[in-house]
Write a protein that binds this ligand. Sequence first.
Ligand SMILES: Nc1ncnc2c1ncn2[C@@H]1O[C@H](COP(=O)(O)OP(=O)(O)OP(=O)(O)O)[C@@H](O)[C@H]1O
Length: 914
Amino acid sequence: MTSLKQALKTHFGFNNFRSKLQEDVIKAVLRGDRDVFVCMPTGAGKSLCYQLPAMLSEGITLVISPLIALIQDQVDHMKELNIPACSINSKLGVGERRLILADLGSSSPKLKLLYITPEMVASPSFQPCLTDLCSRSLLSYLAVDEAHCVSQWGHDFRPDYLKLGELRARLPGVPCLALTATAPKNVQEDIVKSLRLNSPLSFVTPVFRSNLHYDVIFRDLLPNPYVHLHAFIKKALAMENNSKGQGCGIVYCRTREGCETVAYQLTKLGVSAKPYHAGLKAGDRTEAQNDWMQGKVLVIVATISFGMGVDKANVRFVAHWNLAKSLASYYQESGRAGRDGLPSSCRTYYSPKDKEQINFLIRQEVARRQEKRGSAKESDKSAITDFEAMVLFCEQESCRHASISKFFGDKTPNCAGACDFCQQRAQRSLRLPAGPLRRGKKGYGFERYDEDEGGSGEDDSAKRKKEFSELFKKQMKLRKGFDGQSGDFAPPDPDCPLREADSQKIPRLTVKTREHCLSRLQEALQGQQGAGGAFNGDGLLSAVDIEYEIFKKSKSSNLYKAAVLKQILEMKAAPSSEGENTREDKKSREVEMKLEDEPSSSSFTYPAELQGFTSASELYSIKRKRVGAGLRGSSNPYVTARELLKTDAAPDKQTESGGFIGDGLRDPTKGGRAVSKKQQKLAEAAKSSRSIFQYFQKKQPEETKCEEEEERDDSRAADSQENGLQRRSPSSPAPSDTQETKTEVIVITEDEEEKTMTVVQESSRQDAIILTEKTQPEQEANPKELELDRESPPPAKRSRPAGGSRRVTFNPTVQHEVVQPHSKAVKPVTLKEAAEVVVRYLDPLYTQGKFATKELFKSFARYLSHLLAENVGKDQVKAEAKRLIKTYFSKVQRCEDEADWALLKAPHSRKSTD
Ligand SMILES: Nc1ncnc2c1ncn2[C@@H]1O[C@H](COP(=O)(O)OP(=O)(O)OP(=O)(O)O)[C@@H](O)[C@H]1O
């Protein structure tokens, strides 16, 4: 055994190097004559490339690593191996710090590895120590882990990494080693330049990992995505035959709320899962991670804050519930699967809605950076192009491994069926019957003739040619058949509404898929057209036409699906037949739709300015487009309770002509189309009530933003409390002890000014008076507060055309107040009473702390504002609530949140699981 291998065994317990490359890198580092750059896939054993040399050299190796948590894991691991390693960081106790500094100051320090963040290494407090070590030539190596963080082209740029260039310059005699798993060519070059590496030796391995199977699923086309995910997990963990399963997995979600929902759904379906995100208490997060590490929990459902430095070998799958923000990030995150080299699965649940939202956030972030900097940079584009590469990875019909390799500048690898595209292709070709064309080297159809050596000249030759030509045609026909006209094609039912339903023009596109797409198109069309269009049959006809057009134009199954989804999005974004049709309107609504369409978000995660109530006097001046598409198809949803009651007969008219029955559902006996199952279930479930206060557990709006922003939340939250009335937490004390209560309503005027109106209500009097009015020009808003909004879904405010009308925001503390207008005709109901009535009707649409859709919440909020405006009695409240639900049923034909939809299907299960 060589001395190097001996050292490997002695210090790390490994018999061999993980790869030849690992060994080569270590040897190069040990030579110490050149800087070294290493780009090796996740789990390839990069850490050993500096850890082993550190053990074999005099002095101390300084390791720069981006996260304290990551450092802690490494230090703990080293300590387990009895390797003297430690870290200096802000979390260190005074005593510990003193001990470390004492060792570093000694003539022969015992420490071999000193881990430190880029911030700490640049801090003035560390400089004397660094200078001292340097002057005594006690620094053996400088290792920069996760070196891609230095590059502005990279997906995880950390400005503090840029300071490492200066550090490097200060340590001219110390060999530097830069390591990363994810660096395309431009990032590699940037690393070398920024870290001022001295003509480094580069060890770059292809990114291809043959043990990882990649696939992409169009989430929006799944009847129940959670069930689909559950099936995937069961398969990946081999749970079918073994209830305990093997290994574990990660599901990445973009938002905290997504994590909670997915973890909840998986647990409900029988897979132990825990959420992990920055919104959890530190203790809960650690517990979730430990439970997962120890195998007590099979699945961790996390934001991207989870995983860096987590060294778990048996991760059998990584699923992305939402699109990753770049292909490089995706490669890194999905690469946490299969570190043990065993087959593992990486799946993305793709949704065009995610695409729209993330695209918006990325561009917003880029614009913000440029604004801050005052100029644009070429590297700004990389965030956008990297994301586009991610989208292409999902949408393109090609080998997934090839897409990744191309992105990183590698050659196309031999995927060998390790992705959905290549697997399907392989399966198709396997289904070709064994025949002369498939017989290996000689398989061109000539074998049997070749064997017939005693052939007889010209005649034979002509005969052969003819036979070959026939055979060739036959085989081509067969191939064609297996590309699309396969015998597996399930024919359509006789009553199938699709045009050319039995056409097999698009390979692998089933009638079932087409029918599903048709129904989604119908839903979208109904949503667009309003109740009239939904039931008169036109919706069906047009949807059939639209579907057929898409079918005709599409060349592949994926392109067909993508086109259908695009069409649905466009239809949702388009103005209703009754609505205004200006371009601005469309734009405004597009953004609103994006907000509504967030699959995993609750109503409470709306930007503050969309969350709620306005005073009655403001209601009449608000155009529909300003506050959302709550009552789609209605040109003016803001009618008073009284007006609503007056027009209550309208749907009953429809009963006669179109088949509505009293509860807003359609009567199948009256000639109309049967009520949908969903509508029936909703109606059935509308029976129980719950405490109103649950509906006001308003979450902070920042919950929808990208996780990478979360580290900065605390300070922002403080800022926002100081600044924004609309951000006041519902749990903040209500102004109740005094004689009067104040309610502040923020109104955005046409010239984009915020007006804060304080409604004061004296407890002795039951009337409300507007007491103060202060304006707050938007440009004066605290920049930090604006920043807070940065990663939230696009607020309507930004999309509104200039010179538009008013936006209204809502102060949640209103819940505890009784604000009554002047009329004394009937005994007015309190807000709480009114809400209880509404809740009774909305209850089935509420689950897991949120409403089924934002739209519904907006309707609810709007309804409560009516009550504030109107002096109505309990009966009228009931009638109006009923009407609201009726409107909802008839105008909103979809329920985007599959989780809630699943619960609606089984209304009673919610009670037990709440
Ligand atoms: N020669 C070896 N033999 C066996 N196991 C090894 C060897 N070298 C490293 N390992 C193990 O491989 C795993 C991955 O190593 P390491 O964490 O260094 O990977 P990495 O390339 O740094 O990954 P990442 O990019 O995720 O940080 C660790 O558990 C490590 O102990």
